[in-house]
Every structure is written in C-alpha cells, then in structure tokens.
Design a protein around this ligand. Structure first.
Ligand SMILES: O=C(O)C(=O)Cc1ccccc1
Length: 309
C-alpha cells in the first residue's frame, strides 16, 4: 500500500488494481479531488480506514446479481459503526467484456477468471458460449486482467478474463473478444462511500444533488436468542421502525446457535430541504435514526446505525 498522500487531498481506498469498477466509479464521482490508494480486497478497503486514509469506496449491490455479500460480511464486524461509516453513495453503469491474450479465440477458452459478481452478472453468456469452461474467482475484475497479462499462475493461451474494456488499454497484450456480455443491457452497481469518522464527509461532487436521506441499520441477535430462548421476531422490529424500508439483507451472525442472523436494514426518506439546509436535515435524520435504534434495543436486539447519508 502506498501511503504518501498529495498535500490537501484526502486519501480514498479502492479495490485494486487500477481499472476495477470501484476505481472507475470513484473516479467518475471524485475526479482529482482525492488521492487514490489501491488495496487488494474489499476487506482491506474497509479495514484500511484510518486518520491517514479517511475514505474508501466499496460495492454495495448490483441490479443483476444483487447484494455484494463480501461487503456486508465485513459490516458484521463491530469496528464498522465505530471507525467505519457509510457517508454517501454513487451508481455506476457496468458493461462487461471478455478479454483474452492477443490471438486466443473463444473456442480455445477453458478457464474464465473474474470477481464473483462479474461471473454472476455474465452467467447467461458463460452458459451459452463457454458451457464447459471452469471459473476462477479473483479478488477483482481488473485483477483477472492483470493475471492474464502476466500469467505466472494461469495458462493465458486457454484463459479469459471478464472485466471492463478499460483493462484492454491498461494491458496492451490483451484484446477484447466480446463486449457487453452481461445478462441484461442495463447493469448498474451501487457503491458506498465509507468514512473513518461519522463526522467527516468525502469531497462533494457539485453535479450530484441528493434528494433522499438514507441510513443503514445493523440489527444483531438478542442475547436471549443466543441462549436458545425465543425472542420477539425480526418482524416485530420492522413493525416498530415504521420507516420506508429500501432494502433488507440477512447474513449469518457466525454465533451459536447456528442459523442466528444479522440483519442490515436500509431505510430512507425523501428530503424536502434544499441543498443549503442539507447538513441540518442530515443532523435531524441522525437524531431520528438514533431514537429508532434505541426502541429496537428496548426489544433486546443490538441495533446501531452504520451509516447516515
Ligand atoms: O472487481 C471490480 O471491478 C469491482 O470493483 C467489484 C465489482 C465487480 C463487479 C461488479 C461490480 C463491482
């Protein structure tokens, strides 16, 4: 990891190497206002947050393949909500390509490398045109391209990578064999901006105005459910919250008894305030969310807000 920030520019960690969709989405939103730091995994992006690297970007969900479980699984950790908060989001359109080493044909491809999200988003293409190929999951799409271009662990004459077209510019030994191979033409990924402190905001993009207030609540099992006693069900929690539920995710809590879950609830409200009053509206929203979290805690559940934006 390269830690020398340019003066005045805050650092932002992204899933590397250069050319990932995380990198492109961040660049689209922040341009040159941040200093980009590539890390090896989504996990590293979350845990790299510190006073030296106050911001990060991570994928949240995709319109074809759904939640990015790697990100949610990091959010189970108790440091998230203490030294890691969601403070914004952006949506980025994704068009996957099949890249091969120059000269390799589709009929030569026996192995396809990519991030599990990209493999899922291109399942229809893979089943139709490469039904016998085996897949190798890589830490990112651009890492798949990097491995193909510098093959110490893969046979580049029989392999292909699913990644963005940009990777063909970054690795001139690679060619685009097929463009737009995702299951549906519209393929959007939402990314979250993370901050080390709840009080810091990544640089704003004046072209993007938000009209909603959003929060992500993490609901952890009640102590009684961990002792095997029935607790009030999560339906009771939803009823109590009485908020617009934009999204619900459930992940294993990795606690005993087995099948104990952690819930992530994304709640939102349309904001009527204009952009000058936004900080005030966000503060009021934060107070309301804290009030709701307290009511959920009174039911015996753990509940904290791990993001307000
Ligand atoms: O691997 C990447 O390029 C990422 O940024 C993660 C990802 C992969 C596929 C779709 C959205 C995000």
């Amino acid at each position: 990891m390269h830690l020398e920030a340019e003066p005045q520019k805050p650092s932002l960690a992204f899933l590397g190497p250069e050319g990932t969709y995380s990198h492109q989405a961040a660049h689209d939103h922040f341009g040159d206002s941040v200093h980009y730091i590539k890390v090896d995994s989504i996990n590293d992006a979350v845990y790299s947050l510190s006073p030296q690297i106050p911001f990060a970007i991570v994928p949240a969900e995709n319109s074809i393949f759904g939640s990015v479980v790697e990100t949610l699984d990091c959010f189970r950790h108790k440091s998230v909500g203490q030294t890691c908060f969601i403070r914004g989001e952006t949506t980025f359109a994704i068009r996957h390509c099949l890249l091969v080493k120059k000269g390799v044909k589709l009929q030569n491809v026996k192995t396809v490398l990519s991030h599990e999200q990209a493999l899922g988003q291109c399942k229809t293409f893979l089943e139709r045109y490469l039904p016998l190929a085996s897949v190798i999951k890589t830490s990112s799409t651009a890492e798949a391209a990097r491995m193909l271009a510098d093959p110490t662990n893969v046979d580049a004459s029989t392999s292909a990578a699913i990644c963005s077209k940009l990777c063909a510019d970054l690795y001139p030994v690679l060619d685009v064999l097929q463009e737009g191979i995702q299951n549906a033409e519209t393929n959007l990924t939402r990314f979250w901006f993370l901050a080390w402190s709840m009080y810091s905001l990544p640089p704003s993009n004046p072209q993007v105005e938000r009209h909603s207030l959003t929060a992500l609540l993490r609901i952890s099992p009640s102590p009684s459910s961990l002792l095997g006693c029935p607790s009030v069900g999560v339906a009771r929690v939803l009823q109590l919250l009485q908020m617009r539920m934009a999204r619900i995710d459930r992940r294993p809590a990795l606690l005993n008894p087995p099948f104990t879950d952690i819930y992530f609830l994304e709640v939102e409200e349309i904001s009527e305030s204009d952009s000058r009053d936004r900080p005030r509206a966000v503060q009021d929203w934060k107070d309301r969310i804290e009030g709701k979290a307290q009511s959920v805690r009174s039911l015996g559940y753990g509940c904290i807000s791990i993001g307000i934006w």
